[in-house]
Design a protein around this ligand. Structure first.
Ligand SMILES: Cc1cc2nc3c(=O)[nH]c(=O)nc-3n(C[C@H](O)[C@H](O)[C@H](O)COP(=O)(O)OP(=O)(O)OC[C@H]3O[C@@H](n4cnc5c(N)ncnc54)[C@H](O)[C@@H]3O)c2cc1C
Length: 467
């Protein structure tokens, strides 16, 4: 009745799935990773590679006082206390050791300087050397090869198979699957002697499903995710009895560019330079309207309010922090101007109010405090007066699902009727709900995925083997 058998079967080859696989393989004899797409890595491989850690070596080097308690407080503030605290606390607590694991065990290379992302009280974000999640996923794939962990591409989880007690005993899959054609491929059944780990990511690209959860997210709203970020695995887990948590909490990214599709290269420009070192301007008024370093929800709400069309402006000093600048300029996502006058004309912004806004902002920088919107000013921030100037046209795009299925601190999936763990069934990564509450802070997803991926993989491998 079974075609194959492994100790641990993992669904999804992103940060969560691969870290679960590596941890499980360390503890048991056989692990397989199933991936429906033709390439591995899901959203993880196209991500920005920003990794938040509290109490890291770079923080020590830069004399930044941080702690897991402060990171948790930031997560709760952004999440409006919708967060499941016990899970969020584990992410914060294990953030620095998990970062170190990526360096020691995987050989991931990071840039030598921290970034300060919106909603974090202090700079705590590492950047991979290549400014991409591929800087972590590729070393993970190498590790999987070294450890003899097969990654089966074009292999789609179509059903979970349970035993008489309701525990998960294996999976039905479609091999040679051509996403999204459900008629493609050939069926197979794989037994999990110990456990199954769901690491199938979020559903931001599932336009119908996301609109059911949040009708404001109409199908015309663009998305930053890979094509395969759809809801079928979540639905399979729900059918197996998992508790849905906060499925309508879906995050928009406020930093995306109007002039390219998806996440592109502009998002990182805004995140690393435009927002911390520049200003956000309402094109109708030429004025600032928000703390540029607020969390994503506050920013998106402010941008969508009154249908604002906004741009970020940064000068030659601030733009040094933008690792994607060259690509942005080449693709016309960011434009460069010798003067503010030229920038105003090209963006159809009212010049006199814009100049007044910049002068007022520079006065705040000289004073060392943003009395207007409470933006935390970076230590190395200089007045915005060094030409040339750069602008990016912004639009919010669907980016991340805070909602998903419920797990406990051991990453076991919880059953809706008994509120007890479903036997031999674990989850990690974006498919899990509740950790980030109403709004996830930038760079906390990678931390979350790897922290809970390792927990899920370790506990799955420690399940007693079935006879
Ligand atoms: C463009 C972009 C940039 C980002 N940048 C950052 C950043 O810099 N820092 C940060 O912290 N967060 C970032 N995020 C968020 C973060 O990258 C994601 O939350 C994270 O990668 C999710 O990892 P995961 O392992 O849970 O899922 P994924 O990486 O999406 O992997 C899940 C995999 O499961 C597969 N799958 C799904 N269903 C099935 C099925 N039925 N059968 C088989 N396979 C299946 C999918 O195809 C996918 O490959 C970014 C997100 C995006 C989209």
């Amino acid at each position: 009745m079974w075609d194959e058998e492994y100790d641990v079967v993992i669904i999804g080859s992103g940060f969560a799935g691969l870290s679960a696989a590596i941890e499980a393989r360390r503890l048991c004899s056989s692990v397989v990773v199933l991936e429906k797409m033709a390439v591995p890595g899901g959203n993880s491989i196209i991500s920005g590679g920003l990794f938040a850690a509290a109490g890291s070596p770079l923080q020590a080097q830069e004399n930044i006082d941080d702690s897991p308690e402060l990171m948790l407080a930031d997560m709760l503030a952004a999440g409006h206390d919708f967060n499941h605290r016990d899970l969020a606390g584990i992410v914060a607590e294990k953030s620095a050791e998990t970062l170190q694991w990526t360096i020691d065990e995987l050989g991931v290379k990071y840039r030598p300087k921290l970034s300060h992302l919106g909603g974090h009280s202090v700079p705590r974000t590492y950047n991979t050397a290549n400014t991409s999640g591929s800087g972590i996923i590729r070393p993970m794939l190498v590790k999987c090869r070294e450890m003899d962990i097969p990654i089966r591409l074009k292999t789609f989880l179509s059903q979970l198979i349970t035993d008489e007690s309701g525990a998960i005993e294996g999976v039905a899959v479609i091999e040679d699957y051509i996403f999204p054609n459900r008629e493609s491929g050939i069926g197979k059944r794989i037994r999990a002697k110990r456990a199954v780990v769901m690491a199938a990511g979020g559903f931001s690209q599932d336009k119908k499903f996301r609109a059911i959860q949040n009708p404001m997210l109409t199908e015309d709203i663009e998305c930053t995710n890979h094509r395969g970020a759809t809801a079928e695995s979540l639905i399979i887990a729900l059918k197996a009895g998992a508790i849905p948590v906060q499925l309508s909490m879906i995050q928009l990214g406020p930093w995306a560019s109007r002039d390219e599709e998806g996440f592109g290269v502009g998002s990182m420009f805004s995140m690393l330079a435009g927002f911390p070192y520049g200003i956000l301007i309402d094109l109708r008024t030429g004025e600032r309207f928000v703390n540029e370093q607020a969390d994503r929800k506050l920013l998106v709400d402010a941008m969508l309010n009154f249908d604002r069309e906004s741009i970020a402006i940064v000068d030659e000093m601030g733009v040094r922090h933008a690792s994607t600048l060259e690509k942005c300029l080449k693709r016309g996502v960011v434009r460069k101007f010798d003067t503010i006058e030229e920038l105003a004309i090209a963006n159809q912004a009212p010049l006199i109010p814009l100049k007044a806004t910049i002068n007022a902002y520079n006065a705040l920088i000289e004073k060392g405090r943003d009395d207007q919107f409470g933006k935390p000013l970076p230590k190395d921030l200089l007045p915005l007066k060094h030409p040339p100037y750069y602008s990016i046209r912004l639009i919010s795009k669907v980016h991340y699902c805070m909602g998903g299925i419920q797990i406990n601190t051991r990453a076991q999936i919880i059953r809706i009727d008994t509120q007890q763990p479903i036997g031999r069934f674990y989850a990690a990564g974006e498919i899990v709900g509740g950790i980030h509450g109403a709004s996830r802070l930038g760079s906390n997803a990678i931390t979350d995925c790897i922290v809970f991926g390792r927990i899920a993989g370790g506990n799955a491998a420690n399940e007693p083997p079935r006879p």
